[in-house]
Write a new protein. Structure first.
Length: 137
């Protein structure tokens, strides 16, 4: 089984979400401001898994995603201090949603850096479209 690339998947999900929802980005803002606005917008979506109604990963699928990503899970757990709150983990274990919980933890942990990568790719798209239009005229 190939290791799931969270960063690539999340970055592409962000770009798709922006395109699908026709979100206009104000390129006059600083990258930090754009990222902050997008993180606020995307936090409660299925991109992070915080949107429980539309979560696309089954428990089994999330287990597959986690396979080979224990280092990333460890980083995310440390960032969010999950290792200090065993009660949260026990609750998710009892609900049989531990893999989903860990998957969501990683997605939330990576959201900021993936938004940065997505805006970098979107800027490149905008630049290429601008020059295609200019050459067509």
């Amino acid at each position: 089984m190939e290791k799931y690339d969270y960063k690539r998947a999340i970055t592409h999900d962000i770009i798709d979400y922006i395109h699908d929802n026709k979100i206009k980005i104000d390129w006059t803002l600083s990258d930090n401001d754009i990222v902050e606005d997008l993180v606020d917008l995307l936090w409660d979506t299925n991109i992070t898994g915080n949107d429980n109604l539309n979560y696309y990963g089954t428990e089994d699928k999330c287990s597959e995603y986690l396979c080979g990503n224990s280092d990333l899970l460890y980083e995310a757990a440390r960032e969010f201090c999950l290792d200090d709150n065993i009660n949260i983990l026990l609750k998710h274990y009892e609900d049989k949603s531990l893999a989903r919980y860990f998957d969501t933890t990683i997605r939330c942990y990576l959201l900021n850096s993936c938004v940065y990568q997505a805006i970098k790719e979107l800027k490149k798209e905008e630049y290429e479209q601008f020059f295609r239009k200019s050459n067509d005229e």
